[in-house]
Design a protein around this ligand. Structure first.
Ligand code: NAD
Length: 496
């Protein structure tokens, strides 16, 4: 069985002191193993990144950008292969994988413009013969720790900009679907990156803990579940590192009585069940305002769900694939069971989907649950599966209060035809990314991505302009070259 290894100092390595199975979630079979890096292996990667930093930092910014241009071309040339690799280990259908990759490539495009983004600020004659400017210098060795659900896109949120800014990088991808992530890093190497600038260590907590505590690592970007995000943030901070840690979500859509219901249902279908609901921006709760809207939503949604196709990634006519592991399948089913036990109504039940030829796969069918209330554990926690919960309320304020009271604040959306209501919603809702008749308001690459509340620990969001600030530190220089013949006295007062 193939072992997925590491990329350290430009070399592919297999440090197989410990390994873990990688599954094809559609067949339920282990197809590969992934090497789990020991502390020594991670330290080697840090040493390689540290050694590569001085030269890379001093490489002209145009040359750093040129590598990103070549990388983008290689990603496009290899898109089909990458999507196939994602399908084999994550299970998402090729059209969905292509969307993820495209959003990742857009972050590489943004990094191609790094020269413009690093130009800094300049002021002439801030005092007699004195000029002052601010420049943005790279931090050194920085690291990214990423989740299973976007094995191509989320790492591409991080390292293209970090590297373009002059840092060197160590990526610790998800151990559950590592192949596409490692392959993409090899493409970056092929694009002409010097050895040691980009390193990948596969592994688990043992590898992560070295990255969090080693003094040579200056900053940590993390994306994953909230309990781990909180651990990463507090540990990185305690070790003096800059950190941004993006966590989990429970994204609500408000469906107003005046909404175009057919449009809302169509949008909700993709946003709730696409990628089996394993997206941090998935809409997992629809809050219907008024019973009339709720009844119409449930009737139209349950009818539309009859035509949804769950199946293997190899059939592009499928709408979505399996969930990532057997344990996760059981967890999602457990949340549906607990909603039912707590008194909610299972309108469409996906607990036993029949997928011919894939009986051992980790499938959960699309599930619709009505009559969900805030006291239910299944409402309070992130399910991360193809499950849409309906909560019924009487007013828009009640709907907004629910969202504002929830632990998470990643994304949200309102379906309405009323501009005033939409404006009030976007102005007052306590959530980081807001859609108005847009179900998945994932910001484009030249804006930044991040939630509020316990969906993000840290100050700066991922990618976009915030990432330039995250991966650099500001230095402000004040300079005077006295003209000959001009003599100035000593001053003991504060410069003004
Ligand atoms: P996860 O938290 O289990 O794992 C994320 C990363 O952390 C992996 O690389 C994993 O190896 C590592 N890790 C896991 N346990 C660890 C530990 N105890 N100590 C140190 N490192 C550890 O998340 P996941 O299941 O891979 O991904 C799904 C989660 O990610 C969901 O909660 C989803 O909402 C979230 N997510 C959030 C965003 C966002 O932008 N906010 C984007 C994608 C996914």
């Amino acid at each position: 069985m193939t072992t997925v290894g590491h990329l350290i100092n430009g070399e592919m390595r297999t440090d197989a002191a410990r390994t873990q199975d990688v599954f094809n979630p559609a067949t339920g079979k282990a197809t590969k193993q992934v090497a789990l890096a020991s502390a020594e292996t991670v330290e080697e990667a840090i040493a390689a990144a540290q050694a590569a930093f001085p030269e890379w930092r001093n490489t002209p910014v145009g040359k750093r950008a040129a590598v990103m241009f070549r990388f983008k071309a290689l990603l496009e040339q290899n898109a089909d292969k990458i999507c196939q690799m994602i399908g084999e280990e994550h299970g998402k259908i090729s059209h969905d994988a292509a969307g993820e990759l495209q959003r990742g490539i857009e972050n590489v495009e943004y990094a191609c413009g790094v020269a413009e983004l690093l130009k800094g600020e300049h002021s002439k004659n801030v005092g007699p013969n004195i000029d002052s400017w601010s420049e943005f210098q790279p931090l050194g060795v920085v690291t990214g720790i990423t989740p299973f659900n976007f094995p191509a896109m989320v790492p591409l949120w991080m390292y293209p900009m970090a590297i373009a800014c002059g840092n060197t990088f160590i990526l610790k991808p998800s151990e559950r679907d590592p192949s596409s992530t490692l392959f993409i890093a090899q493409l970056l190497q092929e694009a002409g990156l010097p050895k040691g600038v980009m390193n990948v260590v596969n592994g688990d907590k043992e590898a992560v803990d070295v990255l969090l505590t080693d003094v040579r690592v200056k900053a940590v970007s993390f994306v994953g579940s909230t309990p781990i995000a909180e651990y990463i943030y507090s540990t990185a901070n305690a070790n003096g590192k800059r950190c941004q840690a993006l966590g989990g979500a429970k994204n609500h859509a408000i469906v107003m009585p005046d909404a175009d219901m057919d449009n809302a249902v169509n949008q909700l279908l993709g946003a709730a069940f696409g990628s089996s609901g394993e997206r941090c921006m998935a809409l997992s709760v629809a809050v219907a305002v008024g019973d009339q809207a709720a009844d119409a939503l449930v009737a139209k949604m349950s009818a539309a769900m009859q035509s949804l196709k769950v199946g293997a990634a190899t059939d592009s006519s499928n709408d979505f694939g399996p969930v990532i592991t057997r344990q996760h399948q059981q967890k999602v089913v457990g949340y549906i069971d607990s909603s039912e036990k707590d008194g909610a109504t299972i309108v469409v039940d996906g607990r036993n989907p029949q997928v011919a030829g894939y009986e051992e796969g980790f499938f959960v069918g699309a599930t619709l649950i009505d009559g969900v209330t805030p006291s239910m554990v299944s409402y309070q926690e992130e399910i991360f599966g193809p499950v849409l919960q309906i909560v019924r309320v009487n007013t828009m304020d009640e709907a907004m209060q629910l969202i504002n009271d929830h632990e998470y604040g990643n994304g949200t959306c309102i379906f309405t035809r009323d501009g005033e209501a939409a404006r009030y919603f976007s102005d007052n809702i306590q959530v980081g990314m807001v859609g108005i008749n847009v179900p998945l308001p994932v910001p484009v690459s030249y804006h930044s991505f991040g939630g509020w509340k316990r969906s993000l620990f840290g100050d700066l969001h991922a990618y976009g302009p915030d990432s330039v600030r995250f991966y650099t530190k500001r230095k402000t220089i004040t300079q005077r070259w006295p003209s000959s013949g001009v003599r100035e006295g000593v001053s003991f007062s504060f410069p003004s």
